[in-house]
Write a protein that binds this ligand. Structure first.
Ligand SMILES: [Ca+2]
Ligand SMILES: [Ca+2]
Ligand SMILES: [Ca+2]
Ligand SMILES: [Ca+2]
Length: 681
């Protein structure tokens, strides 16, 4: 323990010297703090453990031995109202194990946005750069420290430094390189250079070319063929579109290859620029358009072939949300290809001769018939191949044309009933402009399950293209009814856009910090996937994907009238109306009651929503508008009905800013369910 403190203060000292010269240049915004004299208005959330200022000052930390029963401590900033884009630079250390999270809390929302997270222990202080996008709403930043269990584990913050501008910007006057990192290589590396080294590196540099400090890489120690030096920016917190600019200075004797890439969260690189000139006379300014549908890092890469490969230097990396060229078109939004079929066919159509194959239908759900995927009561497309008189036909559903050279993520849900043999009964093609199939991207090969199942496909074509669903029925006896719903197309890889959404819980990786009531009820909600154990009750799959997780009450483990209550983690109050959307499943002849309560302080729980009795084998959407200006929790309470067939399930809980009602959405809950069936005792 003693040894660690000594190491820490020594580290503090060296960093302190470093940061002192830093702060002179970049103006620090409110919310910055060096934890020297006080905590600058930062305080610990009293619902969790405490952050403590180190006795000698200079840092604030959460120590596992001081946390008692709590797992985390949350440090809350004063209310900030910087409206322009800013960048938080955090000097932190996780000792022994644990994690540190940075959240953004907007005054208008009752949940927090996770912007950044770190979970690797380290022996030294690290620097993180986190973008705070421009925003007209007052906000707070929250730092959640979770030291690992056991003695001597801690999470410490040495300094919070907030400056104007984007985190990928850097003039290299600060020694920490603004969160840029050099990928260490034994022979070629990016270094900070400056006034002293400039003359011997660049020879006869004119004073107009004076740039203070900069980063450079040279080939002097390069030993092998194709040695690569990489300089990587911090990851942006949001997708970026605009103009990236920087100065570079390059000398190429026997060869270096200089390129700039973007890198996404999956580690996929895309080259965005290469210089046209081999040798620059002095510093040269370049502009590069950036259009990324996902958060990104900018990577500057130089490859050398020998020790006489010259050098590359870079300075003043900056970003503007305006494109460099005024005629650059903004990124195309493929949402035109989205359709939930609730209000029509959107931009989808069938070939005339085949127009009878797909029909847009709505099935009022009951015990035996499954409703649509969107709300449980909306429309979907049904290819009722079993009832057609012409076996061996093909029905094609065409989507709208989308421009080429973009990576698209296509998602849709399908549902199969009564299929005996399903191979290739539904096939998805990419067609070109001449209506010629270019690629078969997916075909149905699963066994039928009578549950809406998601399909995700990432594709990219060099030309204008569209998606075409083809349903094929070769033999009357092999065909049945096949349905699709909720088609969406977004930019980027499906794996990237599938991240967790703030305020949303799909139960895929846990219960989102929700809490089981241990006192006020008789049972717990269970998390599971697949179908529930008792027949004729419960869902056959979850709502999110058809094969994921949901939570439910297992009626066979409870007595009639027994309750199970699940509390959300704390939501903070907000000045405006908030929307809660969730999907619920109430199927089974003895189904009981599902209640949603609002709980705050010591007041009696307020009933927000209720549904009772058997509804259908479909997941139904519930929307609840509510208003609460103080910290609160939402409680999901299920009450077991009179028989074993009374499993109740929930999935895809989503808290949203503002009222639920939007054009095309179901109206807020009015007090009783439209599909109400009495429980028969
Ligand atoms: Ca500089
Ligand atoms: Ca629908
Ligand atoms: Ca789920
Ligand atoms: Ca319980």
């Amino acid at each position: 323990m003693y040894k660690r403190t000594v190491t820490m203060s020594r580290l503090c000292l060296s960093l302190r010297v470093l940061l002192l010269c830093v702060c002179v240049r970049a103006r620090q915004l409110p919310g910055s703090c060096s934890f020297e004299l006080d905590t600058c208005g930062y305080s610990s959330d009293p619902n969790y453990g405490s952050w403590t200022v180190n006795k000698e000052g200079h840092l604030i930390s959460v120590d596992s031995s001081l946390l008692d029963e709590q797992e985390q401590a949350i440090l809350v900033s004063p209310i900030l109202d910087e409206q322009d884009w800013s960048c938080v630079r955090l000097v932190y250390q996780i000792s022994g194990g644990g994690s540190l999270q940075l959240y953004l809390r907007l005054a208008s929302d009752n949940f927090d946005y996770l912007l950044w997270t770190a979970n690797k222990a380290s022996d030294s202080w690290l620097i993180a750069s986190v973008d705070l996008p421009n925003n007209a709403i007052p906000y707070q930043i929250l730092l959640e420290g979770r030291p690992a269990g056991g003695l001597g584990k801690s999470v410490a913050i040495f300094e919070i430094h907030i400056v104007n501008g984007y985190c990928i910007e850097c003039d290299f006057e600060e020694h920490h390189m603004c969160g840029y990192s050099n990928s260490w290589n034994p022979n070629v590396n990016w270094y900070v250079g400056g006034v002293a080294t400039e003359s011997n590196l660049f020879g006869n540099n004119t004073t107009n070319n004076y740039r203070g400090h900069f980063v450079y890489v040279d080939s002097v120690y390069s030993k092998h063929f194709q040695e690569v030096a990489k300089l990587t920016s911090p990851m942006t917190t949001v997708p970026m579109e605009g103009c990236l600019s920087f100065y570079f200075h390059r000398k190429q004797e026997r060869g270096n290859i200089f390129s700039v890439f973007t890198r996404d969260q999956l580690g996929v690189f895309e080259e965005i620029w290469r210089p046209e000139v081999i040798v620059t006379a002095g510093w040269t300014l370049v502009y590069i358009e950036i259009k990324a549908p996902h958060p990104l890092q900018v990577v500057f890469e130089v490859a050398f072939n020998s020790a006489r490969g010259g050098y590359v230097a870079i300075d003043d990396i900056s970003f503007s949300p305006e494109f460099c060229q005024t005629d650059t078109e903004s990124t195309f939004d493929p949402a035109i290809a989205n359709c939930d079929f609730d209000n029509g066919l959107c931009l989808y159509y069938q070939e005339k001769a085949e127009s009878k194959v797909w029909s847009r239908v709505s099935i009022k759900p009951n015990t035996y018939r499954i409703g649509d995927h969107t709300t449980g009561t909306g429309y979907f497309l049904l290819a009722n191949t079993g009832f057609t008189s012409i076996p061996g036909y093909v029905g094609r559903l065409h989507g709208p044309f989308l421009p080429g050279n973009h990576k698209y993520c296509l998602r849709f849900y399908y549902l199969l009933n009564e299929f005996r043999k399903v191979d290739s009964t539904l096939v998805l093609y990419i067609y070109d402009e001449n209506n010629v199939a270019q690629e078969k991207v997916w075909s149905l090969s699963d066994t039928p399950r009578a549950v809406w199942t998601v399909v995700e496909i990432t594709y990219m074509k060099p030309m204008l293209s569209k998606i075409v669903f083809a349903t094929i029925c070769n033999n009357f006896w092999e065909c049945g009814s096949l349905a699709i719903d909720d088609i969406t197309v977004s930019l980027g890889d499906c794996k990237i856009t599938a991240g967790s959404v703030p305020g949303q819980c799909n139960f895929e990786s846990g219960v989102c910090g929700y809490i089981q009531d241990k006192k006020g009820d008789n049972a717990d909600w269970l998390r599971m996937r697949g179908h529930t154990p008792t027949s004729l009750t419960g869902p056959r799959g979850d709502h999110s994907t058809g094969v994921g997780y949901f939570i439910y009450i297992e009626a066979s483990l409870m007595h009639p009238g027994h309750k199970a209550r699940l509390l959300t983690s704390y939501l903070h109050g907000s000045s405006s109306v908030q929307c809660l959307i969730f999907y619920y499943h109430m199927y089974g002849s003895g189904t009981g009651i599902l209640n949603v309560f609002l709980a705050h302080g010591r007041r009696k729980d307020i009933l927000l929503w209720r549904s009772s009795g058997e509804l259908s084998i479909t997941w139904m959407r519930a929307t609840v508008d509510y208003h609460c200006h103080v910290q609160h929790q939402i409680i999901f309470e299920a009450i077991r009905g009179p028989s074993l067939r009374s499993d109740i399930a929930i999935d895809d809980i989503h808290f949203k800013r503002g009222p639920c009602e939007e054009p095309g959405e179901a109206s807020p809950y009015s007090g009783s369910s439209e599909y109400f069936n009495e429980v028969v005792n």
